[in-house]
Ligand binder design. Structure first.
Ligand code: PMP
Ligand code: GLU
Length: 398
């Protein structure tokens, strides 16, 4: 029997697959070091875990409203006001099963068959596939390293057609770690307003910015016209080390939120009630835990970048936020290791895993086939060991 053509045209997530493969090799006894999926190695902070336990004990174990509990939707409004200077009412907030689900709901709520979504490459790989799942068409802008991987006005105008429905922003960026400044955001806001299209602003790494001169700005805060066209996507996976709890959220114009809640009511009923209660504690409680993790991530960022800079044939921009180092490996093309030639980042990643047991993400699916991505959301010991092995591999290339 023929299965869904659309489902069959979608490629499973490589970031998730690499982590599973690394875990399998480790279980088989191989000394694998992984820079794979971006997942903080910290435990969820104690007061948040306790709120989850309390929720189980005090009976918060039933269905909740589809768009989330009133307490959590209010906590999100308070957070958006406090951190981002944004005014939303609870009806504009939809809580979902991770920011991934929030994004999928968003694309399903705004796209009609054939609508185009502009995505700047390098991009987090799931955006393009989600757009396709929702019947849309991803239109990729290949940004340049010399522009710090930011889109230019000319590139945006060139990508625009009458079918353009939205543009996606990720700041801080997965995979580049770059943080967008006010001028770039203003340019994109002007573009979106002038063409009357949506901006999907993925702010999931907003708390993870390492340099004082860089600050997170939500594009929705740049005026009423852009606020009315922005869908803010955020979640607790990264900033509160809560990847497994699966809570993300959107703040959007009321009409969009209503549609998302309606879709979600059929597809998922509601996000997990216990995780929602824990997220209230994360957002309303002390933010010291976030600051503490940030200090650790910054040390790791400084260390991994310094190590990478010392390795010949590799090059990267210093990440300003998130927890990824995005490395150009094209300098190794034409070289070989034990007779195996490198002619793509995928070759480099395969040889690195097979010969040195280091898992990294080759970035063809992020729209940049000459790059690998290293997640440094892992311990210093692992980062040191992994960088020693990458350095050894590159030095042994012939
Ligand atoms: N956006 C970006 C840019 C990400 O890197 C991730 C990583 N998982 C997500 C959204 C989704 O996060 P989650 O579903 O865990 O909330
Ligand atoms: N977003 C993380 C990453 O890019 C986790 C895996 C995923 O959701 O893709 O590695």
């Amino acid at each position: 029997m023929e299965l869904s053509k659309r489902a069959m045209s979608i490629k499973a997530s490589t970031t998730m697959a690499i982590s599973s493969k690394a875990a399998e090799l480790k279980a088989a006894g191989l000394p694998v070091v992984t820079f794979g999926a971006g997942e903080p190695d910290f435990d969820t902070p104690e007061h948040i875990r306790q709120a989850g336990i309390d929720a189980i004990h005090n009976g918060q174990t039933r269905y909740t409203p589809a768009a989330g509990t009133p307490q959590l939707r209010q906590a999100v409004c308070d957070k958006l006001k406090k951190d981002n200077g944004l005014d939303y009412e609870p009806a504009q907030i939809v809580i979902s099963n991770g920011a991934k689900h929030s994004l999928m709901n968003t694309f399903m709520a705004i796209l009609n068959e054939g609508d185009e979504v502009i995505i700047p490459a390098p991009f987090w790989l799931s955006y393009a596939e989600m757009v396709r799942i929702a019947g849309g068409v991803p239109v990729i802008i290949h940004t340049k390293k010399e522009n710090q991987f930011m889109m230019t006005k000319e590139e945006l105008e060139e990508a625009y057609t009458e079918k353009t429905k939205a543009v996606v922003l990720t700041s801080p960026s997965n995979p580049t770690g770059q943080v967008m400044g006010k001028d770039d955001l203003q340019m994109i806001a002007d573009f979106a307003v002038s063409h009357d299209i949506f901006v999907l602003s993925d702010e999931i790494y907003e708390k993870l910015i390492y340099d004082e001169e860089k600050q997170h700005i939500s594009i929705a805060s740049l005026g009423k016209e852009i606020y009315d066209r922005t869908i803010v996507i955020n979640g607790v996976s990264k900033s509160y080390a809560m990847t497994g709890w699966r809570i993300g959220y959107t703040a959007a114009p009321l009409a969009v939120s209503k549609l998302m809640a309606s879709l979600q009511s059929h597809m998922a009923s509601n996000p997990n009630s216990i995780a929602q209660a824990a997220t209230v504690a994360a957002l309303n409680g002390s933010q010291d835990c976030v600051a503490e993790m940030l200090v650790e991530f910054k040390k790791r960022r400084d260390y991994i970048f310094e190590r990478e800079e010392a390795i010949p044939m590799l090059s990267a921009l210093k990440p300003q936020g998130a927890f990824y180092l995005f490395v150009d490996v094209s300098g190794t093309y034409g070289k070989s290791f034990e007779g195996e030639m490198i002619s793509s980042a995928a070759d480099f990643a395969t040889i690195l895993l097979d010969k040195k047991y280091v898992a990294v993400v080759p970035c063809a699916d992020f729209g940049m086939p000459d790059y690998i991505r290293l997640s440094y959301a892992t311990s210093m010991e692992i980062i040191k060991e992994g960088m020693d092995r990458i350095e050894a591999l590159v030095k042994e290339l012939k």
